[in-house]
Design a protein around this ligand. Structure first.
Ligand code: GTP
Ligand code: MG
Length: 479
């Protein structure tokens, strides 16, 4: 028995039967013709109502062969016309992406702010560039995300060597300083001071110079953005480019990343406050890793992208090989046809059962014989930095935060599996699909669990505060 037929009684998704002779001659019914009506309003109503009487809606499994499915249905009567719809959960994921992604004007505003800061910075560092990186540019940015930017002095240095013939040559000199780190701190100090005293709309300037990756943090009043300014973060820019490429390869990638990020935020797995929780960057790596391990894979590994690179793609930054192809045409589209609904469910199952205690997450390497890579150290969550491979980008995550992630992933997988038994058929039904997963009340129905989460959160906050000064607790470790 075809599972789809067993579900005939449930209101559901997919195929509709319709007699061909009802269609206007020569036209193919697609449901979205742009044509002037030739019937009266009531004729149209009657015809549609009668058509509806002979139409069935069937929910079928995601991996079903369309041909086989129709053959099976034809045993029960002629099917003259059919439509396959996207699953409802797929729609939810796509809607979330459409609603939350950065708009054109928001992106322009981000680049405008970089250019305004650049005007100030060039007074000290002629020829420098302020470049946005992170979620503002990597295609995973959600409205309201922070604006990460860095002062690129690399171009300035190039300018100095190449532009000696001009009439005037403005340049800066980093005087003898004991280390690159101290030079960075000095550069950020002057820019921070300038922004504080003269930067239009720049308020609440904090110089967080003792962090692993020193930065200046401020709010830009007119746009409402929180801005983080660092120096020489070329590896992070390369990571942003890599994510941009992954996000462009397959339309499912961004939809899934957005949904997972929203899910994590809704359950306080991520936070604006720095601490021992998972970051959006780590979550994105987890989604990419998961999509690389589907069969057939939806995304290639970083090593595959490196093998496709040509000489112009070659890129070594501070001794790290950051080479990968930047030509999307060289990357074969995936043959995987899994729906977003299935991927969401499988993501939760995969990480709900992942052996975090012994395995690491690594988007670079080919999965040898299906085995995962062993963790090189004892941190609860190990996600290898794609370009600085000895580093763990989720070193900040403690065991209890990881445990919360795993528990929520399991519960979410369970909620979605429960829903397999029915479909959203009436408006009185509680939220379902992704919407159900974003509701704390659905996920954490027992008070006990809620309490525990709250206290864990406070415990983690205290732990992160204990681990250092406000500077070092800022989420600035670029591991
Ligand atoms: P949002 O949460 O939307 O701001 O995502 P984001 O990707 O912008 O993250 P965040 O602002 O925390 O960091 C900005 C960028 O810095 C990321 O996209 C990464 O490229 C890089 N980054 C962040 N955290 C780490 C880390 O722990 N290690 C390394 N190597 N890079 C990091
Ligand atoms: Mg950011």
């Amino acid at each position: 028995q075809c599972p789809a037929l067993r579900r005939l009684s449930c209101a559901g998704t997919v195929a509709a039967g319709l007699r061909r002779e009802e269609q206007p001659s020569g036209s193919v019914e697609t449901g979205c013709q742009d044509k002037t009506p030739t019937k009266t309003f009531y004729e149209e109503q009657d015809e549609r109502r009668e058509q509806a009487q002979r139409t069935v809606l069937v929910h079928c499994p995601s991996k079903i062969s369309e041909k086989e499915f129709l053959k099976h249905l034809s045993q029960h009567g002629p099917v003259h016309s059919h439509f396959f719809y996207e699953s409802f959960v797929d729609d939810q994921l796509s809607t979330l992406l459409k609603e939350l992604q950065l708009t054109e004007e928001n992106t322009r505003l981000r680049y405008l702010i970089c250019s305004l800061i650049e005007d100030i910075a060039t007074a000290y560092f002629p020829g420098c560039t302020i470049r946005p990186f992170g979620s503002s540019v990597n295609t995973f940015g959600k409205l309201g995300c922070d604006l990460d930017m860095f002062i690129d002095l690399h171009e300035t240095r190039k300018l100095r060597t190449h532009k000696r013939i001009g009439n005037f040559l403005m340049e800066f000199q980093v005087k003898n300083v004991p280390s690159e780190r101290i030079a960075t701190q000095k550069i950020l100090t002057v820019i921070g001071e300038s922004l504080d005293h003269f930067g239009p709309g720049c308020v609440g300037i904090q110089k967080i110079l003792n962090a692993r990756c020193p930065l200046v943090r401020f709010s830009h009043q007119a746009s409402g953005f929180q801005c983080d300014l660092t120096t020489n973060n070329r590896v992070a820019l390369k990571s942003s480019e890599l994510l941009y490429i992954y996000g462009s390869m397959d339309s499912r990638v961004r939809a899934l990343v957005f949904s997972i990020r929203c899910w994590a935020r809704a359950h306080s797995l991520t936070s604006n406050i720095p601490g021992s929780w998972i970051t959006n960057f780590s979550l994105t790596m987890m989604v990419i890793f998961f999509l690389q391990r589907r069969s057939p894979p939806i995304l290639p590994t970083l090593d595959t992208l490196k093998a496709l690179a040509d000489t112009e793609d070659k890129c070594i930054i501070e001794g790290n090989n950051c080479t990968f192809t930047r030509d999307l045409n060289k990357i074969k589209p995936s043959e995987n046809t899994e729906t977003l609904e299935l991927l969401l469910k499988e993501f939760f199952e995969y990480f709900g059962n992942f052996a975090f205690n012994k395995n690491s997450i690594n988007i670079r390497q080919v999965n040898v014989l299906g085995r995962e890579q062993n963790k090189p150290d004892s941190s609860p969550l190990h996600i290898e930095n794609p370009f600085e491979t000895s580093l763990n980008i989720s070193k900040n995550v403690n065991q209890s935060q990881l445990q919360r992630f795993v528990e929520l992933a399991r519960e979410s997988a369970w909620v979605l599996h429960q829903e397999d038994a029915y479909l959203p058929s009436s408006s009185s039904k509680p939220p379902w699909g992704l919407a159900a997963l974003l509701l704390p009340s659905v996920m954490q129905s027992t008070k006990k669990q809620k309490k525990r989460c709250g206290s864990e959160r406070i415990k983690s906050l205290l732990e992160s505060m204990k681990s250092g000064s406000p500077e070092s607790s800022a989420n600035t470790s670029r591991n």
